[in-house]
Design a protein around this ligand. Structure first.
Ligand SMILES: [Zn+2]
Length: 314
């Protein structure tokens, strides 16, 4: 076990208390503005609400909460990053990608609340702009929110310039911040398809953003029903004994499977670990502005004046 000293701090022991857009951004990237060498001082932001008090004595709950210092962009998840082995036997971290999404995300929030437990939601920027109220519900319920690019572009795609890759990352954070009413999410990021272009891994390090792969992929996007989602997770848990579990709040079968998954985690003696960031992400103003422009005029036509306005009389 090689855990960088000071990176992970256990901050509390909690009794049980509680058609992504596949297309890459086709727009040309904005002229690259220089990234400030030193991050500006953290803007004050309201304290996130705590999880609601737990009324279920048999709930799965939260075993412990760890705080992550994301300085230098640590990587988590043994599928790609082997350095930070912080989970003990029978500890799991629940993670949900590709939301926020109608019906499935609220269903997952309800299930987590019933079991008084929590997870990390890696939201797609565009989806957050479609459903800001659902993003706000995730935050208000006390869960950790990270991001998963602006449009779920696969960043190893050679057709994307370096500026476009950075835009995918940065605009994702700015969009989620916009959806949360100006509250910055955690500096937690997951690459789409778990494909990690080395230069973007380095870039995230310079931005002090932690990278999340996973220990255990549920492959819920391939499941034909809820039972399959559960079966894959517990088959892998039986082998590995612990891990960061990748699921999708975007998928119906995952939402359907989650009540049984959480009950079975409890029955088999697993404990959920909550991961919190020591400080929120510092978004870059140029991308905040871009999201703001999009949000003000979400249906703004890109047609040229000549095709919209035609002189019919002189
Ligand atoms: Zn995804």
């Amino acid at each position: 076990m090689r855990v960088a000293a000071g990176l992970l701090v256990a901050v509390s022991l909690c009794a049980p208390s509680f058609a992504w857009s596949q297309a890459a951004a086709q727009k040309a990237a904005p002229a690259a503005a220089p990234i400030p060498a030193a991050a500006p001082a953290a803007a004050p932001q309201p304290k996130q609400p705590a999880r609601a008090a737990c009324n279920n004595p048999n709930a799965l709950g939260v075993g412990r909460t760890v705080e992550i210092d994301t300085t230098g962009g640590p990587g988590f998840g043994f599928e790609h990053f082997k350095e930070l082995d912080f989970l003990k036997d029978h500890e799991v971290v629940l993670t949900f990608d590709d939301g926020p999404w109608v019906e499935n995300t609220p269903s997952i929030l309800k299930t987590l609340a019933e079991e008084c437990t929590t997870g990390i939601f890696f939201e797609i920027g565009k989806h957050a702009t479609y459903y800001p109220e659902i993003a706000k519900q995730v935050y208000a319920a006390g869960h950790t929110i990270g991001t998963h690019t602006w449009s779920h572009a696969t960043l190893v795609n050679k057709k994307l310039s370096e500026d476009q890759r950075k835009e995918e990352i940065e605009k994702g954070f700015s969009a989620v911040k916009w959806a949360l009413g100006g509250v910055s999410p955690a500096p937690f990021f997951r690459f789409p398809a778990l494909q990690h272009p080395p230069e973007m891994v380095t870039y995230l390090g310079t931005r002090n953003i932690a990278i999340f792969s996973c220990d255990l992929d549920s492959f819920d996007f391939k499941a034909r029903n809820a039972k399959q989602v559960e079966d894959v997770i517990f088959k892998k848990l039986a082998k590995q004994g612990k891990g960061i579990i990748l699921m999708h709040d975007f998928h119906k079968h995952t939402a359907e499977a989650l009540p049984d998954i959480l009950k079975r985690l409890k029955a088999e003696g697993f404990k959920v670990v909550a991961m919190r960031a020591k400080a929120p992400v510092q978004t870059l103003p140029q991308y905040d502005e871009e999201v703001l422009k999009d949000s003000k005029l979400p249906t703004l036509s890109q047609r040229p004046v000549s095709s919209v306005v035609t002189d019919v009389t002189q």
